[in-house]
Design a protein around this ligand. Sequence first.
Ligand code: FIX
Ligand code: ZN
Length: 413
Amino acid sequence: MAESLPARVSRIVQATPVHDIHTHLYDPAQGEMLLWGIDELLVYHYLVSEASRQMEMPLEKFWSASKQEQAEHVWKTLFIEHSPVSEACRGILTTLHLLGIEPRKNDLKSLRNWYASQNPQDFINRVMDKANLASICMTNSPFDPMERPTWDRGFDRDPRFVAALRIDPLLVAWPETSVWLREQGYDVSRELSDQTLGEVRRFLADWTARIDSRYCMVSLPPSFTWPADTEIARLIEGAVLPHCREQGQAFALMMGVKRAVNPRLRMAGDGVGLADLNALQALCAAHPENRFLVTCLARENQHELVVLARKFSNLHPFGCWWFTNTPQLIREITTMRLELLGTSFTPQHSDARVLDQVLYKWHHSRSIIADALSEKYVAAAEAGWEVTDTEIQRDVSELLGGGFQRFLSGARQ
Ligand code: FIX
Ligand code: ZN
């Protein structure tokens, strides 16, 4: 019997290597910065915020415990005392399952023993193969005191791990960052004079070259507006956008994060707010020669983002970020994007912080992307347009990173 259209699409989506365009993973040569293993999986901030709702223990006590103890509390709270039905919990189950481990038949001790017996390099290869990843794009911050020394020392790059320059402190904390930049040898002042903006551009160019950055990125709060007489708007106008033009780099804006809504939760304490996409519209209109990669955290921003992308070919929507990385919202957002943009967007990135997470993030997303795409091909077939496998392959390669790379290179979407 001939293979059905959904089966063909699913086969091709599974078999196509993906470029994971935004993660918090690091080159293996950066040592302990690349996290993996069951304890890291369990203390992922997505799980910590869920566990915090049901844990007996006060947060301060949880944070003062060792990483292993924290992992034990999360495991007990979310997997033993309750059923693991949330997306983050399901992620742990899928990850273990794909590694050939039956989670139900193992306790935390045996899971730790299994991980302890893995050779790190083999494990990285196995995870990348199993998730079928062509490349992993890192989030590289010169402002991170742990990360910077790894670049200062230098290391042999793993070509599968590509760099992207993260610049949040530069834009959202200029008073402190201007002091730090001076210490780093850049002749900046607190006032954003031409001289200072020139030095900021020199800093951006230095780090772009140093890490071989593919794009430069920032996450922004809902209060971000543009144009505006604010430090952040002036830095974007006078330093970031000229830098991107000079270096041929796209600028990624991750919009709508409210940092530290509950600081007691530390990294798990960030929230979401509605971003003002008038700012994005103004940026895209005023700077047709710049390219903007954009993801929004609020579900309520998704439709406006897609409509804006129809108006501006220098805008490329990507990913279902963080709180939108749930099956229901991935399905909704991906379908909406296909219906309004065709294939000129990038449906997903993993945002993995722990290497093993790429297994579940891509397993879950690939199946939804395949379903959403099949539905559109079936509709086309009903109207007499039957896609060939070659065409499906072209479209899937486009969606799983090919289109993103073309956008980065400055070619048309
Ligand atoms: O700003 C970001 O890149 C976010 O993805 C992170 O800050 C966040 O903690 C995260 O891991 C979300 O998935
Ligand atoms: Zn991220």
